[in-house]
Design a protein around this ligand. Structure first.
Ligand SMILES: C[S@@+](CC[C@H](N)C(=O)[O-])C[C@H]1O[C@@H](n2cnc3c(N)ncnc32)[C@H](O)[C@@H]1O
Length: 363
């Protein structure tokens, strides 16, 4: 087979930076799922949260004990018909979009695999990965109910790309969400930014945003999943950006001490066990130079969430295939960052929402 031209592979072009599905019927199906999901969630999220919370209040009054594990909560609130229907419909919509997306791209499985293999050798930027990498168990689950998760399917990252477009209900199209966060990413107080890294970079949306924000810096995207960094590199080449990708567990970074000016983690921590989070914080501190900054964007800690939001979050952990999220929201990550040696710029929940959790490595 000859060289794969992107134009002949993607006859329907891109939707932002995301390859369009391979035929109109698949796109229309996914538009329907996306619209139904938006309708369900935007219209009902608050109401379902309140109904579930009321059920938990009642149980607490009756028994003197308020369940707080996802399984115990689920067993109780699923007795409320509106709540059960909401979560059943949400889950079915999610299962159906993963299947349809994978089927659509799967029509050109061989060609996509060849395009990724060609991109491995091309620039701008680069990618490195280890075909014999042995994944820790926590990195092999079907996260978000995606068959194969981040690591188990060769085209898993491509499927994930279109899946997150649906998951964010269009709000992140053309990488707008990631790029606006990259714009807001806090810099070291002395303003010196020569090297930046996004850990758990997935398909490279944030890393590309960081490259645009800091065009003269060396920007790295690292991720535990080989399918993720390979696809991130292909996707970044399409944008003509120079980003360096590497398969690398964030808890074991292959970089020298005091190397980076900024390390960011976006939506990584709620997907991994707390002992691994502690190791990642120690590694982030090690590879940052004195005065460097660690920026963590993720779910609010339980102490900063309302009861109803906390309830919906715990349900999501169970229903959206995120088994480590409850551990994260309850681990007091702000305290863990401080124990790791970072000085937090703010503890104010409003501020954390605007800037993420920003920790300076002391000079
Ligand atoms: C929800 S995605 C977040 C992606 C990205 N940061 C973003 O903003 O779109 C989580 C990513 O973290 C990666 N990951 C999970 N555990 C990891 C670890 N220990 N080290 C590095 N990456 C990890 C997964 O492979 C996945 O690509």
């Amino acid at each position: 087979m000859g060289h794969i031209e992107t134009k002949s592979l993607l006859t329907r072009g891109f939707n932002g930076n995301t390859p369009e599905l391979l035929n109109r019927a698949d796109e229309a199906y996914c538009d329907f799922v996306s619209g139904a999901r938006n309708l369900l969630m935007y219209a009902q999220f608050q109401n379902i949260g309140k109904l579930g919370e009321a059920e938990l209040d009642q149980a607490a009054k009756a028994t003197g004990h308020r369940p707080n594990s996802p399984d115990a909560i689920k067993a109780l609130v699923m007795k409320v018909p509106e709540v059960a229907t909401y979560f059943r419909v949400k889950r079915t919509l999610q299962e159906s979009y993963w299947r349809r997306i994978a089927e659509s791209y799967g029509l050109k499985q061989r060609e996509f695999e060849q395009a990724l293999a060609e991109a491995d050798q091309m620039g701008p930027g680069s990618v490195t990965y280890d075909p014999n990498f042995v994944y820790p168990a926590y990195a092999t689950i079907d996260i978000h109910v995606q068959p194969g998760g981040y690591t188990g399917q060769r085209l898993g990252a491509l499927t994930y790309d279109y899946g997150t477009k649906i998951f964010f209900g269009g709000a992140g199209d053309a990488d707008s969400l990631h790029h606006s966060m990259a714009e807001k990413t806090s810099a070291p107080k002395d303003g010196v930014v020569k090297r930046v890294m996004e850990i758990g970079c997935s398909i490279g949306q944030m890393a590309c945003g960081l490259k645009k924000r800091f065009p003269n810096a060396e920007v790295w995207g690292t991720d535990i999943g080989a399918p993720m960094v390979r696809y991130a590199h292909w996707r970044t080449i399409q944008q003509g950006l120079d980003v360096l990708y590497a398969q690398m567990p964030a808890e074991d970074l292959d970089f020298p001490d005091n190397h980076f000016d900024i390390v960011t983690a976006h939506l990584l921590f709620h997907e991994i066990p707390v002992p691994v989070i502690k190791r990642i914080l120690a590694e982030a501190k090690r590879v940052l130079r004195p005065g460097g900054v660690f920026v963590l964007w993720d779910f609010f800690s339980a102490k900063n969430r309302s009861g109803a939001t906390n309830f919906m979050g715990l349900m999501d952990a169970s229903d959206n295939g995120e088994p480590f999220a409850p551990g994260f929201v309850n681990c007091d990550v702000e305290a863990l960052m401080e124990q790791a040696g970072f000085k937090l710029r703010s503890h104010d929940p409003q501020e954390l929402g605007r800037t993420g959790r920003v920790g300076d490595k002391p000079i």
